[in-house]
Design a protein around this ligand. Structure first.
Ligand code: ARG
Ligand code: ZN
Length: 871
């Protein structure tokens, strides 16, 4: 039975396991409906645990076939079995072996946790707690064992059999069956266990590590799609090389395998030596993937590979420490992508995503510290806060101690914790050790929910040639917690009328960074010959909301002259945001002129950056900036009016850019950052032209759709056209669907574009699309493409005044909950900002949340999100 109020698990209640496991020997006979798992666990009492305690193994949805202790069948009265596990009442007080035979039905596993089948391929997902759906186990990350896995299957059904570690044996098993034995010498927690069995094609290559180990790297995909796996394989090799040079971390097995499957709850999983991926983050060809897809594949391949050290070699003691591996690994993949691409452009992308996903989370009912202290369902804590704010904390640490000390601290962390299940304290201790400093105050970032506010004001005294900046930190009222001050690295500087100022001194800065570790502080700059504009929070040096009152003209000075690219971009964003929230014709005109000058001067020198400057803050970001009573329709109207105005005012420039970038059509597609940047600017230009002149825009977009030689341009044109009601749009959508009828990942883009059309008719369209033959509720990518894009990417229609948008998403959550609670709960988080909506919409949202609450037997995943969201 499911429970209404799930029990809470608390960090302060952590206790070491009473038993540990040395070795796990698995013999798994794969069968579509009755897979047999014969598990032998070498257990021993943990000296740090309670002597003589019962042995409580976790289990979920298992059929126990047999159980034996040290080779002898266990009597019925020696153990108890419940839906949550199996307990041995009086286990031996010495090392012993437990042999458990269980049976599971992978075909019936719709939760996609544990062992399941995706398009006929056997695969697993064990993080956070899926291994207990394979066998009874101490399914917690601080129990680490050495695994040997024998896999056996029908050769026709599963010619490829993959496990963790290295292949040590393979052969025939008779009756059309074959086997493979995999051994992983590195002790690991159960959440890193994986197996794959199926018909798969592969691409592979070799890599030699800095230690001279020869590795075979392979990417496995659906047969026939091998030609779409090359980019992912290349990203594997680049990741391996980068982790050696950037962090001194070599790979540690003879093989590294990546497998793409089409049904996957999340993005990908770092199982030891056998990463399993959502195929969306592996498969790419110019015809089917966009520049954004290529970049995401590169980042996620890197992320999972980097986990081999930050996650696998050093794992987490308990799930409260999730940011220890996720925040750190996101930081590492961001650094990798920045090295592979344009660092400033990538930084802007990181911050946009942080603001779009993490800031609202941190300001709403689902807010939690980067290291939570309590959870009901851990799978609901794979959040933007743990991942992305977690990464920002690591970045701040590097800023505070400097790159050399940071690298030394990382080396120390890996050395001290290799083979261990560690904590955030262990991580910080490594840096404290190498710097000789104390990071106790800095550690507050892990405990404090909410986005801090940083308020800055400046004063200039011409006579004294002196500029004084006053900085103050505070926690926002809603949701913030007061407490001792945070340690906030604030990168800043002063900008003169025509560029950097010379002869300025400021002893309070080190490498351009001021460390605000008090509630407030004053910084004095001397030798300031002219009235400067302060450029604060350069490179977004801390995850805070900056309040700094500048005029549009001052901001335009930053756009033109700041040495920090991030703040140049930010300045334009700030002006645009104010114009969305508080429209004004004269100021819009002045903004357009400043953008025009910027485009003339440098658009073609750095097209990717220019495209970002032209991209207005999203409706979500504008909503986030409204104190309360959000009316999504008003925000939408204001933003579209601003777009239209800029499109008209900048028209001649945009045409020139379009023409200058047109030769791109004649060169073969390459996904590299500079080619992608040129495409993004050209597509941004088309989009703005269309905003100002929809008729021309529709015609040009339709032409572009016809002539495009790659998915990036085709999809951009379709997205532009999708915003212009009319026959051209409908024809284009129909043709696109016909052209890509056999391409699920491309159809996802088609679903997503339509789900985001900001028109009342979209709801009808969603209903229609849910009946489309290519739509299915059993595939998470399809659900996310249609329902997720609507709920998270269409603020006006999701939050329709009549509540029908909320209702549609709620019905999907309800329908999905019994088959795939993880994805259902994730969809439900779209309601996270409901309290900030204006009253009548908020009332509708609450009504719908109450409707969900009345559904009997909700999963723990959904019940947890619901309880926290309703508050
Ligand atoms: N560790 C995976 C990552 O790379 C995420 C897996 C989460 N899966 C889950 N069911 N909670 O980020
Ligand atoms: Zn991860």
């Amino acid at each position: 039975m499911r429970t209404e109020t799930p029990p809470l698990i608390r960090l302060e209640e952590y206790r070491p396991s009473d038993y540990l496991i040395d070795r796990v020997d698995l013999d798994i006979r794969l069968d579509p409906h009755a897979t047999r798992i014969d598990a032998t666990l070498a257990l021993y009492p943990n000296p740090a645990g309670e002597a003589g305690a019962p042995l409580n193994l976790d289990g979920d949805d298992l059929r126990l076939v047999s159980i034996a202790l040290d080779g002898a069948p266990l009597a019925q009265d020696g153990y108890t079995v419940t839906p949550a596990g199996l307990s041995l009442i009086a286990p031996p007080r010495r090392p012993f072996t437990l042999r458990l035979v269980t049976e599971v039905d992978p075909t019936a596993n719709t939760k996609l946790m544990g062992l399941y089948r995706s398009s006929g391929v056997y695969c697993t997902q064990c993080e956070a707690d899926g291994f207990r759906r394979i066998t009874y186990f101490l399914d917690r990350p601080d129990v680490m064992a050495v695994y040997t896995t024998r896999l056996e299957a029908d050769r026709d059904q599963a010619p490829v059999l993959l496990g963790n570690g290295n292949l040590i044996e393979a052969g025939e098993a008779g009756a059309g069956r074959h086997f493979a034995v995999w051994h992983d010498p590195h002790p690991k927690p159960a959440y890193l266990f994986a197996l794959v069995g199926g018909r798969l094609g592969k691409v592979e290559t070799r890599f030699t590590t800095m230690e001279g180990r020869a590795i075979t790297c392979a990417v496995y995909v659906e047969p026939g799609k091998e030609d779409r796996a090359g980019y992912a394989l290349d990203a594997v090799i680049r990741s391996m090389a980068w982790d050696e040079t950037a962090f001194g971390r070599p790979y540690d097995l003879d093989v590294f395998n990546v497998v793409a499957v089409s049904d996957f709850n999340m993005g990908a999983m770092e199982n030891k030596g056998l990463n399993i991926f959502n195929d969306k983050y592996v498969l790419a060809s110019p015809e089917t993937a966009t520049d954004g897809d290529y970049a995401a594949i590169e980042a996620i391949i890197a992320h999972e590979y980097f986990h081999n050290w930050s996650g696998n070699r050093v794992t987490c003691r308990d799930w409260f420490q999730l940011c220890l591996k996720e925040g750190l690994t996101v930081f590492r993949d961001q650094e990798f992508s920045s090295d592979m691409r344009s660092r400033p452009v990538h930084r802007i992308a990181e911050v946009r995503s942080l603001r779009a996903r993490q800031f609202p989370e941190d300001a709403g009912p689902l807010r939690h510290p980067v290291r939570p202290r309590v959870y009901a369902e851990i799978n609901n804590f794979y959040t933007a806060t743990v991942y992305d704010k977690g990464a920002e904390i690591v970045r701040m640490l590097r800023t505070l101690i400097g790159p050399q000390a940071f690298r030394a601290g990382m080396d120390r962390y890996f050395a001290d914790n290799d083979g261990r299940a560690a904590t955030v304290e262990d991580f910080l201790a490594a840096f404290a050790a190498v710097t000789g400093g104390d990071l106790d105050a800095f550690a507050r970032w892990y405990e404090r929910p909410g986005t801090p506010r940083l308020t800055v004001s400046g004063a200039y005294e011409p006579g004294a040639a002196r500029c004084t900046l006053r900085l103050a930190q505070s926690q926002p009222g809603a949701g913030g917690q007061d407490g001792p001050p945070l340690v906030i690295p604030v990168a800043l500087g002063l900008v003169g009328a025509s560029g950097p100022l010379t002869g300025v001194t400021c002893p309070a800065l080190r490498d351009g960074v001021f460390v605000l570790d008090r509630p407030e502080a004053e910084i004095i700059f001397d030798g300031v010959a002219e009235e400067p504009v302060p450029s604060v929070l350069r490179d977004f040096s801390a995850p805070v909301r900056l309040e700094l009152a500048l005029t549009d003209a001052q901001r335009m000075r930053l756009l033109a002259h700041d040495s920090d690219p991030f703040n140049r971009w930010q300045a334009a964003q700030d002006v645009a945001l104010r114009l969305i929230l508080d429209p004004d014709a004269d100021r819009t005109e002045a903004f357009a002129q400043a953008l025009g000058r910027f485009l003339d001067a440098e658009a073609l020198a750095d097209p990717a950056f220019a495209a970002l400057v032209l991209a207005l803050p999203s409706e979500g970001e504008a909503a986030d900036a409204v104190p309360s009573g959000v009316d999504p329709d008003a925000i939408h109207r204001a933003r579209f009016a601003l777009r239209a105005h800029l499109g008209t005012a900048l028209r001649p420039r945009l045409e020139r850019l379009d023409a200058a970038l047109a030769p791109l059509d004649n060169v073969p597609y390459s996904p590299d950052a500079s080619a992608a940047g040129r495409r993004s600017l050209r597509n941004a230009a088309l989009d703005l032209i269309a905003a100002g002149d929809p008729e021309t825009g529709a015609r040009r977009a339709a032409e572009r759709l016809g002539s495009a030689s790659n998915m990036t341009d085709r999809l951009a044109a379709l997205a532009t056209l999708a915003l212009i009601p009319g026959d051209a749009r409908e024809t284009a959508l129909t043709e696109f669907a016909e052209r890509y009828a056999g391409e699920p990942l491309v159809l996802d883009k088609w679903f997503a574009i339509q789900a985001q059309i900001p028109e009342p008719g979209t709801l009808e369209r969603i209903v229609r699309l849910q009946g489309h033959p290519a739509f299915t509720m059993t595939n998470p990518n399809r659900v996310r493409a249609l329902i997720g894009s609507f709920a998270f990417g269409n603020p006006t229609q999701f939050a329709r005044a009549d509540g029908a948008g909320f209702a549609r998403v709620a019905e999907t959550v309800a329908a999905l909950d019994s088959t795939n609670p993880q994805v259902a709960a994730r969809m439900l988080t779209a309601f996270g900002s409901w309290r900030r909506l204006e009253n009548s919409r908020a009332a509708k949202a609450l009504e719908i949340l109450n409707w969900i609450k009345a559904i009997p037997g909700l999963s723990r995943d959904t019940a947890d999100i619901l309880a926290r969201t309703r508050g």
